[in-house]
Design a protein around this ligand. Sequence first.
Ligand code: 6R9
Length: 633
Amino acid sequence: MKISSFEEYHQVYKHSVEQPEEFWAGIADNFHWRKKWDNVLSWNFKEPNVKWFEGAKLNITENCLDRHLDALGDKPAIIWEPNDPTEDHRILTYKQLHDKVCQFANVLKNNGVKKGDRICIYMPMLPELAIAVLACARIGAIHSVVFGGFSAQSIADRIKDAECALVITADGGFRGTKDLPLKSVIDDALVQCPSVKRVIVLTRSRTPVSMIKGRDVWWEDEIKKVETQGNPECPVEEMDAEDMLFILYTSGSTGKPKGVVHTCGGYMVYAGYTFANTFQYNPGDVYFCTADIGWITGHSYIVYGPLSQGATTLIFEGIPTYPDAGRFWDIVDKYKVNILYTAPTAIRSLMSFGLDPLKDKDLSSIKVLGSVGEPINEEAWHWFDDHIGHNKAPIVDTWWQTENGGHMITPIAGITPTKPGYATLPLPGIQPVLVDENGKEIEGNGVSGNLCIKFPWPGILRTTYGDHERGRQTYFATYENMYFTGDGCLRDEDGYYKITGRVDDVLNVSGHRIGTAEVENAINMHSSVVESAVVGYPHDIKGQGVYAFVVSPGQHGDAELNKKDIIMTVQRIIGPIAKPDKIQFVSGLPKTRSGKIMRRILRKIAEGDTSNLGDTSTLLDPSVVEEIKAGAL
Ligand code: 6R9
């Protein structure tokens, strides 16, 4: 399954495009199926309707756990590093992880969970988070993990959309110096969620929590019940390849977040195949992905990809700067990490502390470095290469999205020659195309356009939960017969791809996808606000910052206080990750005569580039632009 030379990459790529079904069937043969497929692929991008490995039966946890027990049973599956470096770390072997997943799967069954039920998971970065995810998958329940940085309102929206029956959480969690009151946030969310009949609460911080009779139970008590029942095994639920595995919510340019749906067979094959190839994982390597399991990177490259390949995956509870900016390097040193996969925003943040935090840290174990989540600027790329990889570890700049399930355009470590800032070449099976505004394919090299993919791959999303039409509109309606990524891209003279950023109204703040419309809706909920417009601006560490232009005539108290109120409102409605960095009060927004906000102008002002605002003659009231320019922050 692993490609071992650049020449082989080219051959395999050619085969994957000419004979996609034969190619993917060959890859899928490396996994364990209870029954093989009747048909490798059927698809159209019109409805859309994509099915991989139809008729096949499997369970992804059998591939992530059971099939490794003979050879790797006593090898570490998960290494867990706590937030507080003085607390003991934990190691779970494949055998131990298997047993814990079976146990908790039985807990879920005892609590009435059946195949097809939706389960919301809101937990800190603990082995139990991975255990909860895998336990759902083992019994065919569909997990919907919600990142810890979302508010009660965001959780409630997601729970209602998926009609979750059960929530798995913890009393609290530790991140840096902060204690996160997870259970209390869940309590606030559940006021709106009648579908939830049961909450399972893991003990972590032992912060006081309200345990509601008949609804809330402790994880540990439920495990004890299973133990006294004396049945440590939990047979896997046999899943159809196209049965849902999970839902993960992500932001788009309009309205509320969408529930991206991935299915069992294709997702497993794609996460496993891309993990093995991109990182060139070798048995015994220690692999550390710094993402949160609440994002797709954590799903595919902390849990499912690595475990399906029998890898050792490191889960870190904390943040890169606690107790100091040397924390990642301490972890690399402590566990002799071989592969480190992180985000440009983390690299830029750590760069700003200089080289002191690197002193006396032994990073010689590092063989491969990875980047994900946003475009990596050349300065950060070189710093990573020089100071972390010592110019010996290839950097894989992996471009992909929640909707893709796994890496799409990326170097293969040590095989694809890299270029700073470039995601380089498509993986086998991926057929990228650049299109112009009219949907015409732009051929040749040295060109740029909107990035689309013209042929399905096993990890492509199947639908958006509960609203298939919305998924069609978002991804398959802009350009005929193509999946539209929302990203702009250039292909240079060598045919190498460089992602230039979103071309829609989606921001990428510290690698988190945030829809401008979502933030505007939250700001507009504040009582003094009439309307608002949100745009991104270049931010040294976050990549993009959130700039809000707000019309707010009826203010209560002074302007600074009002800004804080607005920030608090956004925090309550969406969560701390969407808080505006800058708020500018304006008397009106620049609008066309038809009432459309001219974001192009606001973007330029937010970027601090007011020299050439282009044509403003179509504006209803051009004078408002002068006022906004004068008040720019
Ligand atoms: C995996 C993940 C997807 C969006 C995507 C793009 C940006 C991700 C990137 C990158 C440039 C990279 N993005 N990786 N841009 N280079 N290597 O991040 O998924 O949260 O869905 O975000 O992130 O704009 O469209 P997701």
